[in-house]
Design a protein around this ligand. Structure first.
Ligand SMILES: [Fe+2]
Length: 286
C-alpha cells in the first residue's frame, strides 16, 4: 500500500486539525512514513535552499559542518542561522503538533543536516538510521536482548525536506513502508527479507513536499543521474532521552549561537535542549 499523503490547508496554519493528527499517527504506525504537501511555504523553502547551496558552494559546509560522504552524498550539520532561525521553519505549529503527538511534549531537535547528493552519487545501502539495541557483553560474549521490541512507539523521526524538485533521475529516497515494525525484532531482518516483504517507494515530488519517517524504517538514497546537485534537509526530532548512536562523533548536532537562542521565543527554547548554547557551564569555563 502506498505511503499516505497529508495535504495541509489554510485551516491548519495555526494548529492542525485533530483528524489530521490522527491520520499522521495512523500512517506512522502502519507504514513508518508519511508524506506532506504544503507543510512549509515555497518562499521559505527557497530561502533555505539558497542558504544551503551558498554554504555548500563556498565550501563552508565541508569545512565547518563535519561533512560525511555517504555514497556520494555530502552530509553536514547546518546551523540555526538566517532563514533556519525563522520560527516558521523550526517551530511551525503543524510540525510541532505532529512531533508532540508522536514523541511526547518533551520532544526536542536531535539534529539538522543538509544532504547534497552530488551528480554521480550512487545507490546507498538499505539501512535504518538509529539502531536501538540492548546488548550486554559478558566474558567476551555479546548477547542481544531476546525480546521483541517491535511495538515500541517512535522515539526518533526524521523530517526530510527536499530543497528542489525530486524525480526518478536525481536520487529520491527509497522507503520500504511497514518495515519499521521488523527492525527491533530479537533478530532483525536482512536486506533480502525486507525487499521480499515490503515494496520500496521512491519519494518523488515537486518542491513544497516533505516526508517524515521513523528511525526504524528501512530506507536508502538512490543514484543521482543528473548533472545538478540534489539538496535535502534531514531534520530529526527525538524524545528527550534519545541520542543518535550514528552521531557520536558529530558534536554538536544542534548548532545555535547563544545570542540566536536568546531570540527564540521562550516556549520553543526546549526544542534546542541538545545545543551547547542551552547548557549551563558549571566546572568548565567558556
Ligand atoms: Fe538514513
Amino acid at each position: 500500500m502506498a505511503i499516505s499523503t497529508v495535504r495541509f490547508s489554510k485551516k491548519d496554519a495555526k494548529a492542525p486539525r485533530a483528524a489530521t493528527l490522527r491520520k499522521v499517527r495512523a500512517a506512522m504506525a502502519r507504514d513508518g512514513a508519511v508524506a506532506f504537501e504544503g507543510l512549509f511555504p515555497l518562499p521559505l523553502l527557497k530561502r533555505l535552499r539558497a542558504d544551503v547551496m551558498r554554504r555548500h558552494e563556498t565550501g563552508q559546509l565541508r569545512a565547518r559542518g563535519l561533512v560525511r560522504d555517504i555514497a556520494g552524498r555530502c552530509t553536514a550539520v547546518v546551523p540555526f542561522e538566517g532563514p533556519f532561525l525563522d520560527p516558521r521553519f523550526y517551530a511551525d505549529p503543524k510540525l510541532i503538533a505532529i512531533m508532540e503527538s508522536l514523541l511526547g511534549a518533551s520532544c526536542c531537535i536531535g539534529s539538522l543536516e543538509a544532504v547534497v547528493a552530488m551528480p554521480g552519487a550512487y545507490r546507498q545501502h538499505q539501512h535504518i538510521d538509529g539502531p536501538l539495541r540492548f546488548d550486554r557483553s559478558v566474558g567476551g560474549r555479546t548477547k542481544g536482548y531476546s525480546g521483541d521490541l517491535s511495538d515500541l512507539p517512535p522515539y526518533a523521526v526524521t523530517l526530510c525536506v527536499p530543497l528542489c524538485d525530486v524525480d526518478e533521475s536525481n536520487g529520491p529516497t527509497a522507503i520500504w513502508p511497514g518495515s519499521h515494525r521488523t527492525a527491533l525484532r530479537a533478530k532483525p531482518p536482512g536486506a533480502a527479507e525486507v525487499g521480499r516483504k515490503f515494496r520500496a517507494q521512491h519519494m518523488t515530488g515537486p518542491l513544497g513536499g516533505a516526508f517524515l519517517f521513523d528511525y526504524r524504517t528501512f530506507h536508502g538514497g538512490t543514484p543521482n543521474l543528473t548533472s545538478e546537485p540534489r539538496p535535502v534537509l534531514m531534520f530529526v526530532f527525538t524524545r528527550s532521552w534519545f541520542r543518535d548512536p550514528n552521531l557520536t562523533e558529530v558534536y554538536p548536532s544542534v548548532v545555535i549561537a547563544k545570542r540566536s537562542l536568546a531570540r527564540v521565543p521562550e516556549r520553543h527554547r526546549r526544542l534546542f535542549m541538545l545545543a551547547p548554547a542551552a547548557r549551563r557551564g558549571l566546572w568548565e569555563r567558556g
